[in-house]
Design a protein around this ligand. Structure first.
Ligand code: CP
Length: 325
């Protein structure tokens, strides 16, 4: 079902809703295309005409700093026209349904919606409602998926560490509530990472987490032993109903990434975090701002990755820079 919604009969990406089931060929094509867009961001004139005349609407029903802004920058660098709907000032506050809001924006000849929503499944619901020439990118739906974050994370890992089949990767923290964790796990498994671990207290791990193809650890130092990549996850207080955590001080003591705990990983291990970070809860500032952190490069790469996804969905593939058959 998902695959049919995302990939058309000709094998072309038509929406991006989840990384579950997305073929490695498509993921690699996105990463390779993003690589060619990195150069655009380093030019004095950071613009290419690929999406001239196309209209992109950013529809964010949840707060965002990185995703919303980098989608806007990415669309503008591709020369698209971009509208950011101010949801709090829109007619959704007067009771208009999500699908009615989308239908009205679609009637204004939107070509691509970028949607963030607190409900898992919202992106699929809207994609099913759209006509074939209107496209959607999921910018995060509930606990379900954040596919462009997953893509920019694997792009960052490939740039800094090379081949996935040689890498041991650990995701640390609130796996239970994290759409980023789900998308990262799906992308890393599809790309054939050597070993994939999750490290968290049992209360922050989904039941039967092994079925996702990961090795669970509750001991931070054991889980970090000899890994190449440490992917920290935000504690998602807004999605927690009930007591999943001991005190914040106790959580930081046991699971907060400090320079001392990072000693268990390989000496050249890199540290990622999707943001926003809770400093002093899941990560210490000495690590977040330290030499092994690639947290700000992740944000920069996010622009190129989002340009690649938009260009592949909306642009002619033959026009993409650096395209390989
Ligand atoms: N990583 C991420 O999704 O950040 P924002 O919530 O700021 O978009």
């Amino acid at each position: 079902m998902t695959k049919d919604l995302q990939i058309d009969a000709g094998g072309r990406l038509t929406h991006l809703l989840t990384l579950e089931g997305l073929p490695s060929k498509t993921i690699l094509e996105i990463l390779d295309t993003a690589e060619s867009f990195i150069a655009v961001g380093e030019r004095e004139i950071k613009k290419v005409p690929l999406l001239r005349g196309k209209t992109v609407v950013n529809l964010f029903f949840e707060p965002s700093t990185r995703t919303r802004t980098t989608f806007e920058i990415a669309a503008k660098r591709l020369s698209a026209d971009v509208i950011n709907l101010a949801v709090a000032a829109s007619s959704t506050t007067k009771g208009e349904t999500l699908l009615d809001t989308v239908s009205n924006l679609e009637a204004m000849r939107t070509d691509l919606f970028v949607v963030r929503h607190a409900e898992s499944g919202a992106a699929h619901l809207i994609a099913k409602h759209l006509p074939p020439n209107v496209h959607l990118i999921n910018a995060g739906d509930g606990r379900h998926a954040h596919p462009t974050q997953g893509l920019l994370d694997v792009f960052t890992i490939r740039r800094h560490k090379g081949a996935f089949d040689k890498l041991k990767v650990a995701l640390v923290g609130d796996v239970l509530h994290s759409r980023v964790a789900r998308s990262d796990i799906q992308a890393l498994r599809t790309l054939g990472v050597k070993e994939l671990r999750v490290i968290a207290p049992k209360t922050l791990l989904p039941t039967a987490v092994e079925t996702l193809g990961v090795i669970p650890f509750t001991d931070m130092r054991e889980g970090l032993d000899d890994v190449d990549v440490v992917m920290m996850l935000r504690i998602q207080r807004e999605r927690m109903a009930g007591a999943h955590l001991p005190s914040e001080q106790e959580y930081f003591r046991v699971y907060g990434l400090t320079s001392d705990k990072l000693e268990s990983a390989k000496p050249d291990a890199i540290v990622l975090h999707p943001g926003p970070m809770n400093r002093g809860l899941e990560i210490d500032s000495a690590v977040a701002d330290g030499p092994r952190s690639v947290i700000l490069p992740q944000v920069t790469y996010g622009i190129a990755v989002r340009m690649a996804v938009m260009a592949m969905i909306l642009g002619g593939r033959e026009e993409l820079p650096g395209r390989r058959e």
